[in-house]
Design a protein. Structure first.
Lengths: 114, 114
């Protein structure tokens, strides 16, 4: 079974500051890990994914995440926040096999202030 | 290239009624998954369809049922609606056998049960 824990339901940063959203996972098999973003009244958009290749994964809009097996973490970062980054961010995990069920965390709402 | 399309976008039902939600997958995708996202929560997996059969199911009662058609489109049916069924219902499609089976999400159908 797989699960993810997102630490911090709300994160507030100033525009231009570092963004750090935390995600820890639990998986009985080597995991695939994902970060999705959800803007108000919209569906989920894939930011980036880890699929057992490079541990540092670069995504869209300047986001990146590092897979750390020893810490069972997959934190999302962005060097400089922009107002347009304000949204809900979800970390998700899936195991191997043909079924692609994703297990999501509870989400972190990112607020960006001037 | 059209992504995942869902209909209707919003609907209101009363307790005890039945509802059908529809989803057309992204072109080239053959697998459809449905998720329920309650307000302030992460999406929860309902079930997945592949080759017109339910391949995997989450922890949802039998009131939730689905179907996949030969053109890969899908329907989600919910019977005997409860107030707690009020949520955003997300459809996601993917292509089986393509590495991490990355999901592409639609914008969702927001169901309100009164």
């Amino acid at each position: 079974a797989q699960s993810v824990t997102q630490l911090g339901s709300h994160v507030s940063v100033s525009e231009g500051a570092l963004v750090l959203l935390r995600c820890n996972y639990s998986s009985s098999v080597p995991p695939y890990l994902f970060w999705y973003v959800q803007y108000p009244n919209q569906g989920l958009q894939l930011l980036l994914k880890y699929t057992s290749a490079a541990t540092l994964v670069k995504g869209i809009n300047g986001f990146e995440a590092e897979f750390k097996k020893s810490e069972t973490s997959f934190h999302l970062t962005k060097p400089s926040a922009h107002m347009s980054d304000a949204a809900e961010y979800f970390c998700a995990v899936r195991g191997g096999g043909t079924a692609s069920k994703l297990t999501f965390g509870t989400g972190t709402r990112l607020q960006v202030t001037l | 290239d059209a992504g995942v399309t869902q209909s209707p976008t919003h609907l209101i039902k009363t307790r005890g009624q039945q509802v059908t939600l529809r989803c057309s997958p992204k072109s080239g995708h053959d697998t459809v998954s449905w998720y329920q996202q309650a307000l302030g929560q992460g999406p929860q997996f309902i079930f997945q369809y592949y080759e017109e059969e339910e391949r995997q199911r989450g922890n949802f009662p039998d009131r939730f049922s689905g179907h996949q058609f030969p053109n890969y489109s899908s329907e989600l049916n919910v019977n005997a609606l409860l107030l707690g069924d009020s949520a955003l219902y997300l459809c996601a499609s993917s292509q089986t056998g393509t590495g991490a089976n990355v999901l592409t999400f639609g914008a969702g159908s927001r169901l309100t049960v009164l």
